[in-house]
Each structure stands twice: as C-alpha cells, then as structure tokens.
Design a protein around this ligand. Structure first.
Ligand SMILES: Nc1ncnc2c1ncn2[C@@H]1O[C@H](COP(=O)(O)OP(=O)(O)OP(=O)(O)O)[C@@H](O)[C@H]1O
Length: 413
C-alpha cells in the first residue's frame, strides 16, 4: 500500500457532500420482489462507503439510483441538503462522477477529450479545461505530455481505469460513484489502483460509493461497509474493523471468509504502533565495542546503519563474537519493513526472520525502531477491543420495506 496513504489525513478539506437515501424502493417491472426494499442509508460526506453482498442482492441498483441512472420507484435521494429526486437526471449526473469497470472511456476520443467531456458540457473556457486535464492526469499519475493525445486502445487496462477516474473527477463533483471499478484488471494493477485511490481521496476528500464483489477490497478502501443480502437488505453497516471483529451474523461471517485476524492486521500500519528502541552502531565499526554496548544495555542484537542511517545488518551477540568489523553493505535477509506497511506485511517479514522482529524504516529508509511479534499481537487485541463498541455518530442504514424480516445490525430503531 502506498506510503502516503495515511499521512495528512486531516489536512485536505472535505469537498464531498453527504448522501441520504430515504426509504428508497426499486421494483423492476415483472419482478415479484423489489430489487431494493425500503432502504434508508446515510453516506457521510468525504468518506468512502463500500457496498458488498452476493450477486443480485441489489448493490448496483442502489448505486445507480443515487445518480438516477435507475429511477427509484419510491422514496427520495438527498444530496447535501437538497432533494435531488425530481431534478433533471442529466443535470444530476453532471454533478456526480461515475466510474465503471474498465473506465468506460469513449474509444473514438483521446484521453484529453474523454476527460474534458463534462467540463465542456458545463461550458468551461478552453484554457480552464486544458489546465484541468493536465491537473487531473497528474493526479492519477499519468504524465499529461505522454498520455493526453492517446486513444483508449493505446492504454493498458490500469491506465484506462485511471483516465476513467480522472474523467469522473473532471468537474470536481462532490460525489463519486464507482461500480466494480477495478474488476477488469489483474491483481497487481488492482492493488496499485486501490492504493492510488486512497492517495487521491486524501487529496480530494469526496464522498465515494463503491460497489465491489471483493470483500478484501471493501476492507482496504472503505471507511464504512454495507453488507447486503437479497433485496438490498442491510445485514450490517459498520466500519471494516467492526465488521471483522463483530460480524452481525453467520451471513456476514461467511462473507468475510477465513482469516479475519489477518484481515484486521491489514487495517493497521507499522507507524501506528509503538516501536521498541535498539542499540545502533555505524557500519564498519568495531564488533567487540558493539557487543559490549548491547551487553550493557541488556539487548541481544545490535542495529548496524550506514552513513544515511539506513539499516544494513542486525547481528546477534553470538554473531558479533565471530566477527571483527561490522558489515558495511546490506546483509541479505535482514528483516526490514517501511513504517507505511501494514502489520500484515510486517508479520510476513518477521516470520522469515529468526529474531521474531523487524527493523522499521521511515523517511529516506532511515532506521526508526524495532517492531516485534508481541507488538503485533497486542495491536490485534487492542483493535478488537476498540471495535467492540459501535462508534458514536455512525451513519444509519436500515430497511423499512416488506422484505425486512430481521432487525439489521446498526439500526437505531
Ligand atoms: N433492468 C432490470 N430489469 C429487471 N430486473 C433487474 C434489472 N436490473 C436488475 N434486476 C434484478 O434486480 C436484482 C438486483 O440486481 P443488481 O444488479 O442491483 O444486483 P447486484 O447486487 O449489483 O448484482 P451483481 O453483483 O451480480 O452485479 C437482481 O435480481 C436482478 O436480476
């Protein structure tokens, strides 16, 4: 995951607006049961809400009712404090960015033309549009000079998806709707695009609603996750931490799949836990001196760093006894992990190290402390404990329709 993802969390201003679905129902003609059954759902401004659930449960229908690509049969949609249920649908869609699988780009238009679509419709000046195209391509990590004039067929799947995101953000809409946005790319590109979205969201702070089949993606991206069953019945609407620690019922448990503990680890980062101190010595210095220092400190290992404070080795007392001079270049298999990595990655790194711990690096790869297996275990316990209470002011998600057979978790009523 990108290192920048969790920095400056509070820095950017929220530009998203809250969305509220109020008692919304969708009945398709000829269908006995409603596809969406009396849903009331609050989507907080500036946050990412993931819609998950089995195929056909009504995720896409719920999403598309927000920009009225699908008209609700009953109920209303409130954007900010405006009821948008009856305004012109095309108008509404210009105010809501929409990203679909594979980007949904127009094949006969260049990247620039695709991105410029909505600003053009809104009558922006040529200069403003041109500047915006460059700004957005930069934002999604595509060099404007290289990509502006390319056609979608000249781009990889991941690049097309990036342009899709740039296009959706073009007119700076408060809301972004994404339908399986990363469904059509390979797993590595998918991971990269997810990281990119997290980074972009830290800059733009939109309200983003994403439909996904992939529960791990929901955990990674979501501030909140809605777990649906058929008829868009909300089974649980909670933070990823809470869904993993306190699944509402067996249905949610099945959905989470195996390894809930490991998934919890992927929610926390190395920089968020307390690191242990270490004795640090310079590369190339005397091994016996280093041994004496760690013996005095009661430590069993010494961290050897280069002249830029980057760790190169982590010898034990026994290893120090066998050498004269400390290594000067990186010793293979030294367990090193960046502070932006997840605890899951840290654990992976530790498991291959005989020390059951890893050296943590910060800016410029400089050594900042040691993470141990115990710290990781404590972090899991703490996360479980803090997830046992539903956070105050959590958004509401309930169904009041005819299919509602049980009191959903998270209901206020
Ligand atoms: N245009 C339509 N006409 C009739 N029925 C429809 C229409 N679109 C969807 N449905 C039905 O409504 C229900 C919900 O569909 P929807 O596409 O919202 O589910 P989904 O959760 O997004 O599914 P998937 O994950 O497979 O995309 C399904 O039973 C589907 O068959």
């Amino acid at each position: 995951m990108s290192d920048t993802a969790t920095t400056d969390a509070a820095a950017a201003e929220i530009t998203g607006k809250a969305i509220r679905l109020d008692n919304v129902t969708k009945r398709y003609p000829g269908q006995a049961r409603p596809a969406v059954d009396g849903i009331t759902l609050e989507i907080p401004a500036g946050q990412i809400v993931m819609l998950v659930g089995p195929s056909g449960c009504g995720k896409t229908t719920t999403l598309k009712m927000i920009n009225r690509l699908i008209e609700p049969t009953e109920g209303s949609i409130i954007l900010g404090d405006e009821d948008v249920t009856t305004i012109d649908g095309d108008d509404l869609r210009r105010r809501i960015g929409y990203v679909i699988q594979a980007g949904g780009l127009f094949p006969h238009m260049t990247v620039a033309q695709n991105v410029a679509l909505v600003p053009k419709m809104l009558g922006w000046s040529k200069e403003r549009i041109e500047a915006r195209i460059d700004e957005l391509l930069d934002l999604v990590s595509l060099d404007p000079a290289t990509y502006r004039d390319r056609y979608p067929r000249e781009l990889s799947g991941g690049q097309q998806q990036r342009v899709g995101v740039a296009r959706a953000l073009a007119a700076d809409p408060p809301v972004l709707l994404m339908d399986e946005p990363f469904g059509a790319v390979d797993p590595i590109t998918r991971q990269r695009l997810q990281d990119e979205l997290i980074r972009i969201q830290h800059e733009v702070r939109k309200t983003i609603v994403i439909v996904t089949h992939d529960f791990d993606e929901a955990v990674k991206l979501g501030d909140w996750i809605v777990v649906f069953r058929e008829g868009a019945q909300i089974v649980q609407y909670d933070t990823p931490e809470r869904i993993l620690a306190e699944p509402a019922d067996e249905f949610v448990e099945d959905f989470i799949g195996s390894g809930a503990g490991l998934k919890q680890l992927s929610l926390r980062r190395v920089r968020e836990v307390e690191l242990a101190e270490a004795v640090v010595v310079r590369a190339g210095s005397d091994a016996k001196d280093a041994l004496a220092r760690i013996e005095r400190a009661g430590h069993h290992h010494v961290v050897v760093t280069d002249d830029r404070d980057r760790p190169v080795a982590w010898p034990s007392r026994r290893e120090l006894g066998r050498i004269q001079t400390l290594p000067t270049s990186l010793v293979p298999d030294t367990p090193i992990i960046g502070s932006g990595a997840t605890l899951n990655d840290a654990l992976d790194t530790m498991l291959v190290s005989s020390a059951g711990a890893a050296l943590v690096t910060g800016r410029g790869g400089a050594f900042i402390g040691v993470i141990t297996v115990e710290t990781v275990m404590e972090a899991i316990t703490a996360a479980r404990e803090s997830a046992s209470e539903r956070p105050e002011g959590a958004p509401v998600g309930i169904n009041t329709g005819t299919l509602a057979v049980q009191q959903p978790a998270g209901s206020d009523e």
